[in-house]
Design a protein around this ligand. Structure first.
Ligand code: NAD
Length: 485
């Protein structure tokens, strides 16, 4: 095993303020009742900053600002001018990407290598991609294109979008929400997750730097109650939520019977299926990427490995050898593969489900690995001997924990893969194209990766079946959620 000297990324590139207000109507303002939350670095438990906790009056202020901006500025603005702002934001994100990546790593606990090489390039790509759509909405395939004989009006925006996002990809989820909404002509009020608000607040500064008209983007920080006040506000026309299925259900109930349009991106329990003809080394890389990328805090994580019985021993042996080489530790070290668990609460959940796995009879294995003393850490873990009835096969763990099940025939693989209330993603590893198509046709999952995993592209729609939610984000489909079509 190679020994790596520490290669820490410098945090001097970020300037974290001790306190942050709410970003409403183009300015940072104090919350009306003065509440605040602390955002901590999960790798050290150091308090990074205090951020405002928005109450109902603040949410109301933000929704009104968004309404005025929608009616007076952003809604009437020609698409080509909206595009200029979005391109400008995309370029500033690229210019400031090192700063954003370091801040994301500090606030979230994810390895700098991932924030720098995955999150930030995708964030910029989303803004570039949707900037390109802003003046071409008539050609997006909704309604009649202007070149047809009976040309109709351009598809219209919905108005004010309320957007609530989780902590696992704070800036990327912001981009998935804000870029299509603005391109389509809506204004937004976004609530970041309570444990990871800092990059959204830096994004607010980027909106100022880009001279984005006041009120087009509003960022209201806070916890669940702030989110609830936002989605229940009668002045919003559209609700977009990414987070847990439990909260998604509550939001669906709150929005039912109103005129608000709703999209939900919820949890997952994806099957990563390895057939006996799969190239083992590539499959092992895909399994590792599928479950250990971002500490497994990934809604589409390949958290259930379904491996064909005849190659199970070989695959598991290679997987264990590979896992023993994963470097767990300081997220700002450029060599780190697995960073910190995002919060004490999430660590407790991962521990509880892992303990349930052992108690229910599955065999637990982790490579020897030294975990830092301070902060929230969990060693990469696999469970073998897992059955469909075990909690760790059914419930989303949202951590670096893989449940391994075996199958004998392709039909059994499909049956086990679909035996879940979720349906967000799946992976297939095989040498045969026909087997990929046969299997993908039968999987009830919004995204199916073949001989790869966790591949993202702004042009490609993403979303779930069943309890993983409804609606699509990304691509042309992602515009539909923000247009009156
Ligand atoms: P969560 O549902 O607890 O929180 C998500 C957001 O909702 C946070 O901003 C939170 O403050 C807010 N919130 C909490 N209660 C609310 C309420 N009653 N009304 C409105 N907002 C409320 O989820 P989490 O723990 O932050 O995130 C993890 C979950 O997110 C996992 O289940 C994961 O699968 C899912 N997720 C899904 C996707 C996807 O695209 N499908 C992407 C990332 C994460």
């Amino acid at each position: 095993m190679f020994e790596y000297a520490p290669a820490p990324e410098s945090r001097s590139v970020v300037d974290i303020k001790p306190t942050y207000g709410l970003f409403i109507d183009g300015r940072f303002v104090d919350p009306s009742d003065g509440g605040s939350l602390k955002s901590i670095n999960p790798a050290s438990e150091e308090v990074l900053a205090e951020v405002a906790e928005g109450g109902p009056a603040d949410v109301d202020h933000a929704v009104r600002a968004a309404r005025t901006a929608y009616e007076q500025v952003w809604g009437p603005m020609p698409g080509r001018d909206r595009a200029k702002y979005l391109f400008r934001i995309a370029r500033i994100i690229q210019e400031r990407s090192r700063e954003l990546a370091v801040l994301e790593s500090l606030d979230n606990g994810k390895p700098i290598k991932e924030a720098r090489d995955v999150d930030l390039p995708l964030v910029a790509a989303h803004f570039f991609y949707y900037a390109g759509w802003a003046d071409k909405l008539a050609y997006a395939g909704f309604g009649r294109p202007p070149t047809s004989q009976h040309s109709g009006p351009d598809p219209q925006p919905l108005g004010v979008a309320a957007q609530v996002i989780p902590w696992n990809f704070p800036l990327l989820m912001l981009a998935w929400k804000i870029a299509p909404a603005l391109a389509a002509g809506n204004t937004v009020v976004l609530k970041p997750a309570e444990t990871t608000p800092l990059t959204a607040l830096l994004f607010a500064e980027i909106c100022q730097q880009a001279d984005l008209p006041a009120g087009v983007v509003n960022i209201v920080t806070g916890a669940g109650e702030t989110g609830r006040a936002l989605v229940e506000h009668p002045g919003v026309d559209k609700v977009a939520f990414t987070g847990s299925t439990e909260v998604g259900r509550a939001i669906a109930r709150a929005v039912a019977g109103t005129r608000k349009k709703l999209t939900l991106e919820l949890g997952g329990k994806a099957a990563n299926i390895v057939f006996d003809d799969a190239p083992v080394d590539q499959a092992v890389e895909g399994i590792v990427n599928g479950i250990f990328f971002n500490q497994g805090h990934v809604c589409c994580a390949g958290s259930r490995l379904l491996v064909q019985e005849s190659v199970a021993d070989q695959v598991l042996e290679s997987l264990k050898r590979r896992m023993a080489r994963l470097r767990v530790g300081d997220p700002l070290d450029k060599n780190t593969d697995i960073g910190a668990i995002n919060s004490a609460a999430q660590l407790a959940r991962i521990r509880e489900l892992s303990d349930a796995g052992s108690a229910e009879g599955a065999q637990r294995w982790s490579p020897p690995c030294e975990l830092p003393e301070r902060g929230f850490w969990f060693a990469p873990t696999i469970f073998t001997g897992v059955t469909q009835a075990h909690r760790i096969a059914r419930e989303e763990i949202f951590g670096p924990v893989l449940s391994v099940l075996t199958f004998r025939t392709p039909a059994e693989a499909v049956e086990k893969a679909n035996n879940t209330p979720y349906g967000l993603s799946a992976g297939i590893w095989t040498d045969k194209g026909s087997r990929i198509l046969w299997t993908a046709d039968r999987l009830r999952a919004g995204v199916v990766w073949a001989n790869t995993f966790n591949k993202f592209d702004p042009t490609s729609p993403f979303g779930g079946y069943k309890e993983s939610g409804y609606g699509r984000e990304g691509g042309r489909h992602g515009l539909e959620a923000y247009l009156n079509v």
